[in-house]
Structures are given as C-alpha cells and as structure tokens.
Design a protein around this ligand. Structure first.
Ligand code: HEC
Ligand code: HEC
Length: 609
C-alpha cells in the first residue's frame, strides 16, 4: 500500500506532539497516487467551500465550488470519518474513526491548519458543530455515547449514553436538539441540548443506520438504513425483499407519530447499501445515495405524497412510484457514493464518492452530473482497491440487492444474523432462527481459519466463491477477482484497543483475567489458545441445532471481541457477561465455577484483546 509509510510518519509526528507547521509541511507528502476515498463532506453556509474527509489518505480537502477544484489538502489523522463547519466557515472539525480524536481546523483565508486535537473516545463516527463554532458533538461508536466538546478549552465537557453504535448525527435548525442514529441499536436518540440528556429513544425495525438529516422546519428526521428481514438467501426470498431491503426511515422528533419508512427497492432493480441522505428544495426533496448500486435516488413529496409505511415497511417500492418521474428519479453515479450535502440553493447536490476519489455535483432539477471534482488518486487501482470495489459492489448479487459490505459492514460486523445457506441447510420454521448465523468480522480473517462458525471451510479462496454464489446468489468470481478480494481482506485491521492502558499494556484487572484465562480453572486457553486465540479445531460446546449438517463449532478468534456483540454463532448472548454466565460458562466447558470478581477480571481481559 503506497500510503502506508506516509500515514505512519504522520502518526509519529502526532504522537510527538510536534507543532502545527510540521503538519503543514507534511501536506506535500500525500502523493497524487494515493486513494483519497471521500466518506463525508460539509458545505459552507455561503456555498463557496466544501470540506471533505478522505478516509484512505487520512486527510481533508478544501474545495472552491466556483472553480470546482481542491485548493488545499491537509493530513489530519487516522481514517477521517466525518466533518463539520461553523456558520462563518472559519472553523472546521474532522473526527477520526481509528484515531479516536477530533481535530479542530482553522480555515481563515483557506489556510486549513490544525489548531487542536482532542481525544473523544473509541471509534468516533458523526460530528456536528454549533453554528457559532463554539461546541462540537461527536457520536462515539464503541462507547455508545455522544460527547460534547468545548472548542475554546479543547475539553470534553459532557457525555450522554445513547444506543448501540451511534453514527449519523444532526442538529435541529433551532439548535435545541441532536438527532442520533444508532447503527446497531435499531433506534434513534433525540438529545435535548439544554439539559444534554436524552429526550426520547425512538425504536425502529431498521439496521445499518447511516446519514441522518433534519427537515428545515425541525420537526422530522430522516435516516438512510437497511432492514434485515431474516429469511434465507434464496433467489426467491431475495427478490421478494425478504432477505433484506434498503429504507429511508422517518421519525417525528417529538415522538408524536409512529416511525415510518420508505422502501427503496423497485422489483427486480433493487437498491444496495443506502448510505447518504440529504434534504433539499426547502424540505420537499429527499436525496439518498446507494453505495452498493452506485446511484442516487431523489424523492419528491408531491401532491400524491410518498408511500410511507410503518414497521418493517413494504417489501418493494410500489410500481406507481417507480414510474412516476415527478416523485422519483434515479441517477447512476458509479463508484461508491457515501455522504450527501445540498448547496444553499437546495438544488445542487454534492456527493462524496469514495471509490471514485471525487466529489460529484448533481443538478437535481435535471438529474445531470454537472461536474466531477477530482480529489486525487492513482491512475490504476491497486489489487486491494479492486477487491475493495468488489466488496462494495451490489451488482455482484442477484438483482443487485446487496454487497458483502451490507452484512460485513466496512469489513467488520454489524452484529446481524443471516441464513446464507453456507452451512448446508435452511430452517423452514416460522422464525427460521435455527439456521441463522451472525455475520463474523472479516478483520484479520486470513489468519483465523478454518472459516464459518462450524469451521468446515478450510480454504479462504473457496469461502469467497461460496460468498458470491450462496450469500449473494450471484455469479462465480473469476480467480483474479478472488485474489483481489483476498488482498482487500488483508488490509482489514482492528483499531487500537480502547480498554488497555495508554502504553498498550494490560490493566491490573485484565492481568488477573489473563492468568485465569490460562488456568485449569477457567480452561479458556485450551480452545482459545495461540496468537489468534483459537486452536483452529472443532468442538462441541453444546450449541448444535437439531438440523445442523455440520456438528460442533470452531472457537472464534477473541481479538477485538469487545466490539463483536452479540455473541456466539446466533448472537444469543447480548454481552460477554451473558455468554460467560449462560451458554458459554466455564463450568460447562471443562472448567470450574468462577467467582463474581473472577468473572469481572475475565471480562476485563477479554475486552483488552
Ligand atoms: C447476507 C449477508 C452476507 C453477505 C451478503 C455476505 N456474507 Fe459473508 N458471511 C455471512 C454470514 C452469516 C457468515 C457466517 C456463515 C456461517 O458460519 O455459516 C459469513 C461468513 C463469511 C466468511 C467466513 C468468516 C469466518 O471468520 O469464518 C467470509 C470470509 C465471508 N463471509 C466473506 C464474505 C464476502 C467476501 C462476501 C461478498 C462476496 C460476503 N461474505 C457476503 C453473511 C454474509
Ligand atoms: C471446548 C472448547 C472451548 C472452551 C474450553 C472455551 N470456548 Fe469459548 N468458544 C468455543 C466455541 C466452539 C465457540 C463458538 C460457539 C458458538 O458460537 O456456537 C466459542 C465462543 C466464545 C465466545 C464468543 C465469541 C463471539 O465472537 O461470539 C467467547 C467470548 C468465548 N468463547 C470465550 C471463552 C472463554 C472466556 C472461555 C473460558 C471461560 C471459553 N471461551 C472456553 C470453544 C471453547
């Protein structure tokens, strides 16, 4: 990976705390040939500038909209994930997904300098800035909270607990409330800013919540999402919308009406990986980006309205909407469109396009891409980048309903279970729960064979073929495609562990837990041994289902286990504590009962892995 040494040198500088001018001197080190991968963007209130977060390059780019070009770029940290601007356009913030911090940028005279860097917590996701630039709010994915950051004192001044893995975050126009989408929590949290406390939690039958937007009247919030319907991945189920489907969820911020949703999947022509969402034309136009099907959908709430539905929603987009050009339009943009933002005119739409290394400009009145603003990137994609494109390509599944990324969110897990027919059978009972399996993380997956929960798969290349033909019901991949995909999987790593001491060592509790883990008493290491904390063998730990074709399970690697919830092959244990006091207690695995203190220590150790 060409960008690797550069990212390393940047992080060394950051660790050393070298002053700002040193960082500016780094600017030239981001070569033209480095993928930028824009993941988020913010438009200034006068519409003259766009600040873009470049995930792969670890930088932000500043675009001059009149010239449609990048006028400055600044390395900022490890995997930028979101950006925001103050109303006067002089202050910007960028949150770093792997860097766990928020960088504050001075944009006066377009200088784009880092003024401060504030630790906010593990895996920040979304950020908003008060219009006066005084305070930022960041959703923290692993800690399940929103933090308040005072930019003047550069301190975190408050934390509020929300649902599991908060991501998208938006401020109401009157600045009184925050709306937060809990990506793995099937809910939206509404935070009151005077009290800095949760006003209400609005549950919804939706998963993979992404960008959130609030209507100009401040009454309604929308979020791009997916709905896991739970049926096995047969072509028939897929086409009926019974495996999973894409949605826009709509909530009344005051909770006065039920949560509703709009189905984004036309029959036989589905949407893949709904990600970005923005509101234009004074609240009448909804724009959503589909990363997997490489398109933008525009919906206009005209005279006849839109077919909003409650609960799981409609299986398919109604045909009369699909055909109604006054209410619905679909624009192919290629690549992987992620976040969206409207210009102040409410008509010009900006699209961060990750795989295209560009920001695209769409005239929503005509549906035409008027400009493509190049952010920089290699002429020809690397092998891993080709694999990354395949991984995010819903066109590889039957009628392009979903991509690998839909189930293995960003190469990790969204905590959801699916019946991918991988294990040779399909539970046809009403809830078809018995043959469903949690989608495992793919971080370090090449090191953790054999694969699948039952561990019957001992060839990663074959596993790829199974994924394309069974999980996706798509065409068999060419050998070169398998190679590219495996190269991409090789780039997936765990973020820095947040449960260790700052120097990376174990806490005293984790040290005690480690001793116990390796002892005869708890007996964990007899199956979870070795560098990856799995012996690579198959064990019957009492979790076989009646219909299972393959018996026993392969101990999963415990690395990064703090973020792999829910636990066990069907996600039956919500927490590590549930697993170790329930179906995976030491006394049922050849160990002896442990005390409450020992359990705490053991969990502290597991979290540190
Ligand atoms: C519909 C959801 C879904 C899709 C789409 C999907 N997977 Fe999976 N994947 C799963 C589930 C569920 C499992 C566990 C299956 C089992 O254990 O029987 C799994 C298992 C795997 C494994 C084995 C991991 C391990 O540690 O054992 C790999 C590798 C994998 N998937 C890669 C991919 C790739 C690459 C794609 C795209 C070509 C893909 N998957 C598409 C749900 C999905
Ligand atoms: C006899 C072998 C064996 C022993 C002993 C054992 N495990 Fe496991 N472990 C497994 C298997 C197999 C699974 C997967 C089971 C399943 O999901 O159906 C598993 C799953 C887990 C999981 C869930 C991981 C995930 O990603 O969902 C955790 C956590 C875990 N083990 C921790 C422990 C701890 C802690 C101990 C010691 C108290 C222990 N295990 C002892 C074999 C074992």
């Amino acid at each position: 990976m060409p960008q690797r040494p550069k990212r390393l040198s940047l992080s060394i500088l950051l660790v050393l705390g070298l002053p700002v001018f040193t960082l500016s001197a780094q600017e030239s080190t981001i070569g033209r040939d480095v993928d930028r991968s824009p993941i988020a963007l913010a438009v200034s209130s006068d519409g003259k500038r766009i600040l873009v977060a470049n995930q792969t390059a670890g930088s932000v780019s500043l675009i001059d909209t009149a010239q449609s070009k990048v006028i400055r770029e600044q390395p900022t940290g490890d995997r930028p994930i979101s950006v925001a601007l103050s109303r006067d356009g002089r202050t910007g913030v960028v949150a770093h997904w792997f860097g766990s911090d928020l960088a504050v940028l001075d944009l006066t005279d377009d200088q784009l300098q880092i003024k401060a860097r504030i630790e906010v917590g593990p895996e920040p996701r979304g950020v908003v800035l008060m219009p006066d630039g005084s305070t930022a709010f960041v959703s923290i994915g692993v800690a399940n909270e929103v933090v308040r950051v005072d930019l003047a004192t550069r301190k975190v001044t408050g934390r509020v607990a929300v649902g599991r893995e908060p991501r998208g975050i938006a401020l109401t126009p009157d600045q009184s409330k925050l709306v937060v989408g809990n990506s793995r929590g099937q809910s939206i949290s509404v935070i009151d800013l005077t009290r800095f406390a949760v006003d209400r939690t609005l549950p919804m039958q939706a998963d993979n919540l992404r960008q959130v937007a609030v209507s100009p009247d401040g009454k309604t919030a929308y979020v791009a999402a997916m709905n896991n319907r739970g049926r096995a991945t047969t072509v028939n189920n897929i086409d009926l919308g019974w495996v999973l489907g894409q949605r826009i969820e709509r909530v009344r911020i005051d909770g006065s009406e039920p949560v509703e949703n709009l189905t984004l999947d036309p029959r036989g022509d589905a949407a893949g990986d709904a990600h970005g969402l923005a509101i234009g034309d004074g609240g009448k136009l909804l724009a959503v980006s589909n990363g997997g099907t490489h398109d933008i959908m525009l919906f206009r709430d005209g005279k006849s309205g839109l077919p909003w539905a409650e609960g799981v929603g409609r299986d398919l987009m109604p045909a009369n909407l699909v055909q109604d050009k006054t209410r619905y339009r679909r624009i192919m943009v290629t690549g992987r469109p992620t976040e969206l933002a409207f210009a102040p005119d409410g008509i010009t739409l900006y699209v961060a396009n990750y795989l295209a290394n560009a920001v695209q400009v769409i005239n929503t009145a005509t549906g035409v891409i008027t400009r493509t603003i190049d952010l920089g990137g290699p002429e020809t994609p690397s092998l891993a980048r080709q694999g990354e494109a395949l991984f995010h390509d819903a066109f590889r599944s039957s009628n392009h309903w979903y991509s690998c990324n839909t189930c293995h969110s960003e190469g990790h897990t969204g905590g959801l279970d699916f019946d991918t027919l991988n294990d040779g059978w399909q539970d046809r009972s009403a809830n078809h729960l018995r043959s469903r399996k949690k989608a495992p993380t793919l971080r370090r997956v090449a090191q953790t064979g054999p694969w699948t929960w039952h561990g019957w798969q001992d060839d990663l290349d074959d596993a790829m073929v199974e994924s394309f033909t069974k999980s996706m019901q798509g065409n068999k991949p060419a050998p070169a495609e398998v190679k590219a995909l495996v190269a991409y999987l090789g780039t997936l790593e765990f973020p820095k562990n947040p449960y260790r001491e700052p120097d990376g060592s174990l806490t005293p509790a984790a040290k005690r837990g480690e001793t116990l883990f390796r002892s005869k008493k708890a007996n964990c290491a007899s199956c979870h041994g070795g560098a990856e904390l799995s012996d690579g063998k198959i064990h019957d730990v009492g979790l076989n289902e009646d219909g299972d074709v393959y018996k026993g399970h392969n101990p999963p690697s415990l690395r990064g286990v703090y973020d792999k919830d829910p636990y066990l092959h069907d996600g039956r244990a919500k927490t590590l504590r549930d697993a170790l006091t329930g179906d995976h207690a030491p006394e049922s695995l050849g160990g002896a009962p442990i005390s409450a203190q020992e359990l705490d220590d053991l969990i502290a150790y597991l979290k540190s892995l």
